[in-house]
Design a binder for this molecule. Structure first.
Ligand code: HGY
Ligand code: MN
Ligand code: MN
Length: 395
């Protein structure tokens, strides 16, 4: 039995109808949203149709379980607030297609909240033991809803987690989400390592006041503190980062967020990533020092939320070589080894078993945006490499 390309592509397009944004092929399917829950129900039925046993664990990770020991394939089906149609979804549908095409036992998974509405790859972090369930339950999203409240909105959750011992390993097909493969005309990337990450919410508390009558030298302006902090870390990072190191202030909530009021409070997300754990540590020291200096100089309160993070992880050599052989067969001269600057569930699963990943190109390197897309021929090439790798592992 071999894979059925049109069935794979039609399921991929069907999945993007859940939470379709109406802008290009984009989706709005955050964890535990109506669209996410409906998509998971549809996936569960597809898994059952493929002869797998659907199982929702206590946090909404959806497994399609093959009997006995099996290789686990999959990714996630939740999206960013403005998500692309392939981020995560590609890996889940490709896993389903391989599971229903090859003879050997393949289990399928769609992890929950990989996109971090609540934490960082929350569903697989809980399943892999990286994040205790009670700690996850107290995490909140930007609007203050807790993880516990959100997951209680899913009706068919079971009380038990799937035993990881039933799986021999995990392979995740994913879009690159970066510019490399597309710019270099390659069709396949075999991942060598996944970067580590740190993510924390920082709060500056100053003095809310009138924007017209409060002289500049008397202000304790929380936004000015964020601006000074940002300039300070950019300067202090200069001589200790590499071109692959990234850091992002992606969300800034000012209170009360009004044009005629000096903001008394600024709460902002601070995230940084690198392939070297020591460099992540050093960056954290610089961040904490800079925030403290700014708070003291402007006379502000300062607090840090829960620090979330994952360490850099290398891919399993045996699984990686199966992917490399598949890539050489399917896309000779058009594949490369590549590190992942994006985070993936594979990082958490690596705590439990051997893992490996493969990428297909993102057009213009765009992702986490409604315009995210990949050529259909590249999607099918990724699926074929996955099939080849799975068959060679079972040979
Ligand atoms: O942020 C990430 O790297 C992943 O796409 N959630
Ligand atoms: Mn993803
Ligand atoms: Mn993503």
């Amino acid at each position: 039995m071999t894979i059925n390309e049109s069935r794979f592509l039609s399921d991929l397009h069907k999945l993007r109808e859940f939470g379709a944004s109406g802008v290009g092929k984009g989706v709005v399917r955050p964890a535990y949203s109506e669209a996410d829950i409906a998509a998971r129900k549809w996936l569960a039925q597809k898994m059952a149709d493929a002869g797998l046993a659907p199982h929702f664990d206590p946090v909404g990770n959806l497994f399609g379980l093959a009997p006995g020991r099996s290789l686990l394939l999959g990714s996630h089906s939740d999206s960013q607030p403005e998500g692309g149609w392939l981020d995560g979804a590609l890996g889940v549908v490709a896993a389903l297609e391989v599971a229903r095409s090859v003879k050997q036992p393949i289990s399928v998974v769609s992890f929950q909240d990989e996109e971090g509405r609540f934490g960082v790859t929350t569903g697989s972090a809980v399943w892999s033991g990286g994040l205790p369930l009670d700690k996850a339950d107290s995490l909140t999203d930007a609007s203050g809803i807790t993880f516990a409240e959100a997951r209680s909105s899913m009706s068919d959750l079971s009380d038990d987690f799937v035993d990881p011992a039933r799986f021999e390993g995990f392979i995740e097909l994913h879009i690159e989400q970066g510019p490399t493969l597309d710019a270099q005309g390659d069709q396949i990337g075999v991942v060598t390592d996944i970067v580590g990450i740190r993510d924390v919410v920082i709060t500056f508390d100053g003095q809310q006041n009138h924007a017209g009558t409060t002289p500049m030298h008397l202000r304790r302006d929380a936004f000015q503190a964020v601006s000074q902090f940002n300039a300070m870390i950019n300067n202090r990072f200069k001589n200790m980062v590499t071109p692959q190191t990234v850091w992002t202030i992606g969300r800034v909530d000012l209170h009360p967020n009004a044009s005629s009021i000096v903001p008394g409070r600024a709460r902002f997300s601070m995230q940084w990533r690198d392939g070297d754990a020591n460099r992540l540590e050093r960056m954290e020291e610089i961040i904490r020092e800079a925030a403290k200096e700014v708070a003291e100089s402007v006379g502000l309160g300062l607090s840090f939320g829960t620090m979330l993070g994952l360490e850099p992880v290398s891919m399993d050599i045996k699984l990686r070589s199966a992917l490399q052989m598949g890539a050489e067969t399917v896309a000779p001269e058009r594949w490369q080894k590549i590190p992942s600057g994006a985070l993936h569930d594979a990082t958490n699963v690596a705590r439990l078993m051997p893992v490996a990943m493969l990428f297909v190109p993102s057009i213009a390197g765009i992702s986490h945006d409604f315009s995210e897309d990949t050529a259909e021929s590249d999607l099918v090439a990724g699926l074929r490499v996955l099939e080849h790798a799975v068959l060679s592992l079972n040979a």
